[in-house]
Design a protein around this ligand. Structure first.
Ligand SMILES: [Zn+2]
Ligand SMILES: [Zn+2]
Length: 123
């Protein structure tokens, strides 16, 4: 698979039976449909994200990208629980792309603010 942001090779990595692709150059992560939600629940899964925040921040500015699977234009989305996290989703296959450091941030929510968020929602 080719990285939708920097066009370099994305290597398949497996965590607890879930396969994700990580760019060998910019460390962006590609998740097939909803895999990121499965991985969010698995403790320790943040190790798949090398989290080079400087690279991630630069890559986050590239928003016009095409899905590496079906080549349609991806849509930029904001995580509804953590508004500072922006990722790209493919409207066709529902795959998502996280820049380096974003998945770690996305996942940390579960541990940190999870309860606060759900309590607030229940008010
Ligand atoms: Zn890349
Ligand atoms: Zn797609």
């Amino acid at each position: 698979m080719q990285c939708p942001k920097c066009k370099q090779y994305m290597k398949a990595i497996v965590y607890e039976g879930i396969e994700v692709n990580r760019c060998t150059n910019c460390y962006g992560l590609w998740f097939d449909s909803f895999e990121q939600e499965d991985l969010k629940k698995l403790s320790g899964a943040e190790v798949i994200d090398i989290a080079d925040v400087d690279i991630g921040r630069k890559q986050n500015l590239k928003t016009e990208i095409r899905c590496p699977v079906d080549h349609v234009e991806m849509i930029q989305e904001t995580d509804r629980q953590q508004a500072h996290i922006q990722f790209e989703r493919c409207p066709e296959c529902q795959g998502v792309y996280f820049d380096s450091g974003e998945f770690r941030d996305y996942k940390n929510f579960t541990i940190g603010e999870f309860f606060r968020y759900y309590f607030r929602k229940g008010d």
